[in-house]
Design a protein around this ligand. Structure first.
Ligand SMILES: NC(=O)C1=CN([C@@H]2O[C@H](COP(=O)(O)OP(=O)(O)OC[C@H]3O[C@@H](n4cnc5c(N)ncnc54)[C@H](O)[C@@H]3O)[C@@H](O)[C@H]2O)C=CC1
Ligand SMILES: NCC(=O)COP(=O)(O)O
Length: 324
C-alpha cells in the first residue's frame, strides 16, 4: 500500500549484497549514523561482529531505527571476506527481488542495495544481468531506466552503462539518448525537486568532435537532438567532456548526461567517492545504492567507510518523503 502524508512511511528495505564484500559492514555501521528507518534482508550471522546491536525481525513493520534490524533471507553459510561462495549467489539475487516486492506492495518505502559482485553472481548463479540497474529494470517491467550518480557538487548520468567501450558508438542512438534525457529530466523534477532542470550533454569524441574533425557523431546527430529537445528538457551541448566538470562549469547545470560509464563516473568518484550515491531513475519504486563496490581488498578488515551507504539511505528516505 503506498504511503500518504497522514500515514507513517514504511521503512526502507536494504539488500545484503555480496557477503564476501564490505556490504554487510557498511550497512551495519550505517545504522549508527542515520535515523532513517530501514531493515536489511540477509543472513543475520553476516551482520554480527561489527560492534552494532542487531535484532532479527519477522516483518518490515517491526523495523526500528535504534538497532540494526534484519529480516532473515536465505543466504546460506558463513561470509568469508574476499572470497565469494557460489552457493550464496542465488540468495543475494533473490534478496533484491524480494526487496522490490516489498517496495512494490508498500511494505517498504524504497530499496537500498548493498554492492554485488557481478562476476560472483554470474559464476555462482548464472546471473544474466551486468548490474542491479539492468536487473531492476527487468523487475520493474522493462522500465526505461537511467543510472544517476549524485553527490552535493555533481550529478552524472551515463547514457550507456555496463557495455564494452567498443560497443558505445553503435549503442548510442538518437532514440536511446532521447529516452535518457527524458528520464533524467523527469527524475530531477520528481526526486530532486528541481523545477526547471538544466542538463548538460557531453560529446562522445575528444573536443566534442571539433566540428567533425575528431569524430562525427556530434555533427551527424547529437547536436541536432539536443537542439530539438532543448525547449522541453533544458538540455544543451554537446560539450567537450574534459572541460565540463570543473567547479565553474558544474555551476551551470543540474546534471551531466555523458556518453559512457567512465566519462560519467570518473569525475564524480574523484570529487566525492565517499559521499556519492547511485540512484536508478525511471523505476516504479525508489532505489539507491552507495557508489562503491564490494571492495574485496579491504573486506573484513574494519576499514570500510559507511559514508556512501549512509548517503544512499538518506537520499532514498528523502525521496520517499518527497513522493509521499
Ligand atoms: N552497486 C553495486 O553493486 C556496485 C558493484 N560494484 C562491483 O564491485 C566489485 C569491485 O569493484 P571495484 O571496481 O574494485 O570498485 P570498489 O568500489 O569495490 O573498490 C575500489 C577501491 O575503493 C576502495 N573502496 C571502495 N569502497 C570503499 C569504502 N566504502 N571504504 C573504503 N574504501 C573503499 C576499495 O578498497 C578499492 O581500493 C565489482 O564486481 C563491481 O562490479 C562496483 C560498483 C557498484
Ligand atoms: N559502476 C557502477 C556500478 O557498477 C553499479 O551498478 P549497479 O549494480 O547499480 O547497476
Amino acid at each position: 500500500m503506498p504511503s500518504s502524508p497522514d500515514r507513517p512511511r514504511a521503512p526502507l528495505a536494504v539488500t545484503c549484497g555480496e557477503p564476501a564484500g564490505i556490504g554487510p559492514e557498511v550497512v551495519a555501521r550505517a545504522r549508527a549514523r542515520t535515523s532513517a528507518p530501514f531493515f536489511v534482508l540477509g543472513n543475520p550471522d553476516h551482520f554480527a561482529g561489527f560492534g552494532i546491536e542487531t535484532r532479527t525481525i519477522d516483518a518490515p513493520a517491526d523495523a526500528r531505527s535504534d538497532i540494526l534490524c534484519i529480516l532473515p533471507h536465505d543466504v546460506p553459510g558463513a561470509a568469508i571476506p574476499g572470497q565469494p561462495v557460489g552457493a550464496q549467489a542465488a540468495g543475494v539475487i533473490s534478496a533484491i527481488a524480494r526487496a522490490v516486492d516489498l517496495a512494490t506492495t508498500g511494505a517498504a518505502s524504497g530499496i537500498v542495495t548493498a554492492p554485488i559482485n557481478k562476476k560472483a553472481l554470474k559464476d555462482g548463479a548464472g546471473f544474466p544481468h551486468p548490474g542491479h540497474t539492468e536487473y531492476l529494470a527487468a523487475l520493474g517491467g522493462d522500465a526505461d531506466v537511467v543510472m544517476m550518480l549524485a553527490c552535493p557538487e555533481l550529478r552524472v548520468v551515463p547514457a550507456t552503462i555496463h557495455i564494452p567501450l567498443s560497443q558505445v558508438p553503435a549503442t548510442l542512438t538518437p532514440a536511446t539518448l532521447e529516452t535518457v534525457l527524458r528520464v533524467t529530466h523527469a527524475g530531477l523534477i520528481r526526486d530532486f525537486g528541481i523545477a526547471r532542470p538544466r542538463i548538460a550533454v557531453a560529446g562522445l569524441n575528444p573536443h566534442a568532435g571539433e566540428g567533425g574533425t575528431m569524430g562525427r557523431e556530434e555533427v551527424d546527430w547529437i547536436a541536432d537532438l539536443v537542439i530539438r529537445l532543448a525547449p522541453d528538457l533544458g538540455c544543451f551541448g554537446p560539450l567537450p567532456a574534459d572541460t565540463m566538470f570543473h567547479a565553474a562549469a558544474r555551476a551551470g547545470y543540474d546534471a551531466a548526461v555523458c556518453m559512457y560509464h567512465d566519462q560519467a563516473l570518473i569525475p564524480i568518484k574523484t570529487i566525492d567517492f565517499a559521499g556519492g550515491v547511485n540512484v536508478t531513475l525511471g523505476l516504479p519504486f525508489i532505489r539507491t545504492s552507495p557508489d562503491h563496490g564490494t571492495a574485496f581488498d579491504i573486506a573484513g578488515r574494519g576499514l570500510a567507510d559507511p559514508t556512501s551507504m549512509v548517503a544512499a539511505i538518506e537520499m532514498a528516505w528523502d525521496m520517499a518523503g518527497r513522493r509521499g
